[in-house]
Design a protein around this ligand. Sequence first.
Ligand code: NAI
Length: 484
Amino acid sequence: MNNFQTSPWQLDAAPESTDHIKIKDAYGLFINGEFVPSSGGETFDSINPATEQRLTTITESTVDDVDKAVIAASNAYKKVWSKTSPAARGKYLFRIARLIQERSKELAVVETIDGGKPIRESRDVDIPLVAAHFFYYAGWADKLSYAFPNRSIQPLGVAGQVIPWNFPLLMAAWKIAPALACGNTVVLKPAETTSVSAMILAEIIQQSELPPGVVNIVTGHGAVGEAIVNHPGVDKIAFTGSTVVGKEIRTSIAGSKKRCTLELGGKAANIVFADAPIDQAVEGIVNGIYFNQGHVCCAGSRLFVQESIREEVLKKLKHRMGTLRVGDPLDKNTDIGAINSKRQLDRIESWIELGREEGAELYQAGGELPDRGYWCRPSVFTEVAQSSRIAQEEIFGPVLAVQTFRTVAEVIKKANNTPYGLSAGIWTDKGSKIFNMTAQMRAGVVWANSYNQFDPVSPFGGYKESGFGREGGLHGLAAYLDVS
Ligand code: NAI
């Protein structure tokens, strides 16, 4: 289903109830199977970005806490997890997957009130995919020798995992599930603005009776991530976030034994040819850039439209933008929820200002915005130069930059002309054109006549400054194993 299509339960217009949600007033750290306070005693608030109200209190970890978590993970690896049979590892993962399904309604609401994304997306996309990732990798746990026939395989040890705020629980699943299936133990840090679902996952992990120390979750800001990255007891780093931090991580682990996968930013080209089904393509453009407020590393943030259909596509796009509802993320009819944080909203607004200064033409849709909360209208820039910063750099918000092209060769050149290489979309009715183009595009994922479709079976990852290594599918296993 297109992420912007109406699902049956959307017909009920009442906002999703939060009565059944059990958010604690404060969360500690999850170390060695227990919830513990930080040695430093510092905390910070997690804010609902749609109301600007405090949701709960999160613990700021110290370097000492990270040390304890890594020691717990290392002991669990040596004494328990490396000795646990692959089939038993799979059973724990299946159990976690089923517990996630049992608490899916609650998790969807938490994801929405802590992060700002529309309930329709957390309920129909994020949480089902979270469970699917655990199910998928549970299935691999006792079949690794079939995944790598005639090869010798070993887990890496302790995986240090740092994740972002745009798909909080999904990114945790992408990282934890393959690590555990392959026999590694984990120290994970969620992003500072969206830690709640990770702490509920810690409760689920406790409930699953996973041996203590196999998964440890430490919360806090960037310095906590840095402490994980620099800890000598960590054998592998898996990071998703900004290219700036990705570069820092790569520098700081250079020369160490640590293995590393980085999933960083993107500036994807979404390319529409004149022979494409135009209405379908317009839905794909909307889904590509406005899904999850554009807080998506693979967002189709650069639209390339063939010159002969420019007017038609822009007219239909602007009309469709006018129908998008921006507002209460708990409302089942909301299309665009709250921007994740004040900091991110400020960043997006300064990009919009910059686009104007660069001479591009701005169009914004959407009616009244709520008085409180962090909001950004769906925005589109036309008259965008290839060299302009809004066409080259990641905005990570609902802001689309439109350019035109005439020929296949021209659009491939323009699409590849960015420091990034994470994803792309192609809209055409010619299969041969799709195959010809995908072979020439430096993009880890290329969607054809669709956009933002995810499946645990398919590998995901980038080229160039979008990082290296793949998550998902068979490739996602290789990232957590020594294969010789
Ligand atoms: P960020 O890269 O600073 O944060 C991502 C995660 O890394 C968070 O958990 C953060 O606490 C942690 N972190 C920060 N500094 C670290 C360090 N030195 N060592 C280890 N971990 C560290 O991203 P931020 O500031 O939240 O967003 C800035 C921009 O980054 C966004 O506007 C967007 O362009 C991009 N971004 C891209 C993401 C993606 O999925 N590719 C996700 C989040 C942000």
